[in-house]
Design a protein around this ligand. Structure first.
Ligand SMILES: Nc1ncnc2c1ncn2[C@@H]1O[C@H](COP(=O)(O)OP(=O)(O)O)[C@@H](O)[C@H]1O
Ligand SMILES: [Mg+2]
Length: 412
């Protein structure tokens, strides 16, 4: 099995999340272009008091992400995972390349109203219906984790399965722990001793919809930090108004759209409609009819662009600042150069000429054994306002797949 750097050539950085850097990459065999999500796997070895998780824990998390993402398989509204790799330093998820963020898509709409939004929400609900049918709970549904891709670059694609769970066992799903990004967390996620399942994703989609319609989060604490946000979601007071803030001087969306938003933000998870039911709701099913009727009544021109500005100001996009070790980039390039040198030496040997660059004759695994990169971070940078306190901690999942499985895993 080839290592990542032997099979792919790295290109420019196209995205950064809280945990990963995403780059373009080219398959050296087929010349096909992909995106690769690179995760720094250099954890603490337990000998220092670093707040960075242990390497073993990072590897477990990588395997969990790989397991959930592979389960999702190929679907129009989910970013497709082609294959994954791990070496001594990094984990690599090679995936379908997308062409834009949700915010770019929304900003490019000439008319952004509840009817245009219905197309976006429909595809988001389809992606949730798909993953839930396969037993995957995403647990970090938010604007940043929907990308635009497909042939026209207009298809909504769910990405980032880094906090996803694939619970096993019979009966209703009862996961424990606190996962995700505070403003999107469902009440049952933040309640003491609360358990969560698929409905937590529905709630988070409800938060996306609320910000789109009303320009703010359903719950707005006075202080803008994760703890305050979780507290106000837990308490449920003041309840969401389902009207735009007065400062927008704008009419609300139609009753049909409001009914839709309210259904997703049902505080009782058992009363929240599953994704398949959302797809049958009036707002989505009869969108075209509602649009025609609004046109006749002269209502079609109510633009939701001001609400989008409000949502951006409230922090609904770019919810987590990129973290990570600045040395990771140079280490990544070094691994790439080493792999290239090995490949060129190999091809020269095959042609019967002597290699121009001497190589160590070792795999990345061998050459890196026991080595700690210079200046590796001793701890994670400070958390951002909407970071969850324990995003990846306290997993209640069982991980049975081995590292070997991760290295060898291919998508379908
Ligand atoms: N397949 C892709 N094509 C293009 N850009 C991507 C792709 N996947 C992720 N990105 C970009 O990289 C960012 C970080 O990726 P993500 O998987 O969300 O990482 P993290 O787990 O660190 O949040 C995304 O918000 C997006 O801007
Ligand atoms: Mg992300």
């Amino acid at each position: 099995m080839k290592q990542f750097h032997e099979k792919y050539a790295l290109g420019q950085v196209i995205g950064k999340g809280a945990f990963a850097t995403v780059r373009l990459c080219l398959c050296k065999e087929t010349n096909e272009e992909y995106a690769v999500k690179v995760l720094d796997m250099r954890g603490s070895d337990g000998s220092d008091k670093s707040s960075r998780p242990s390497t073993e824990r990072l590897r477990q998390e990588l395997r969990a992400e790989q397991r959930a993402w592979s389960q999702v398989a190929k679907h129009n509204n989910c970013v497709f995972l082609a294959e994954s790799f791990i070496d001594n330093y990094f984990g690599y998820f090679v995936m379908e390349r997308c062409h834009g963020t949700l915010l770019e898509g929304l900003r490019s709409e000439t008319e952004l109203n509840e009817y245009t939004y219905a197309h976006y929400f429909q595809e988001m609900a389809v992606s949730l219906a798909h993953i839930h049918a396969l037993g995957v709970i995403h647990r970090d549904i938010k604007q940043d984790n929907f990308l635009l891709g497909g042939p026209e670059g207009r298809t909504i694609k769910l990405c980032d399965f880094g906090l996803s769970a694939v619970p096993t066992g019979e009966g209703p799903v009862k996961l424990t722990g606190v996962y995700g990004t505070a403003p999107y967390m469902a009440p049952e996620m933040v309640l003491p001793h609360g358990t969560h399942g698929e409905p937590c994703d529905i709630w988070s989609l409800g938060v996306i919809i609320y910000t789109a319609f009303y320009g703010c989060f359903p719950y707005m604490p006075k202080e803008k930090n994760s703890e305050a946000m979780k507290q106000v979601v837990r308490g449920g007071v003041p309840a969401p108004a389902f009207v735009p803030n007065k400062k927008f001087r704008q009419e609300a969306v139609s009753d049909v759209a409001t009914t839709f938003a309210k259904a997703l933000l049902e505080r009782n998870p058992a009363s929240r409609p599953p994704a398949v039911k959302l797809l049958k709701m009036d707002y989505l099913v009869n969108n075209h009819v509602h649009e025609q009727q609004a046109k006749v009544r002269g209502l079609k021109d109510i633009s939701l662009q001001p609400m989008l500005h409000g949502a951006v100001r409230a922090g609904a996009f770019g919810t987590r600042a990129p973290q990570g070790d600045p040395n990771a980039e140079s280490l990544l390039m070094e691994l790439q150069n080493r792999a290239n040198a090995r490949l060129s030496a190999k091809s020269q040997l095959q042609r019967g000429t002597s290699p121009a660059t001497p190589t160590e004759g070792m795999s990345d695994e061998d050459s890196g054994r026991g080595r700690r990169p210079n200046g590796s971070s001793k701890g994670l940078p400070p958390k951002q306002a909407w970071d969850s306190g324990s995003t990846k901690a306290g997993s209640s999942q069982q991980h049975s797949d081995s590292q070997q499985g991760l290295e060898a895993q291919h998508g379908t």
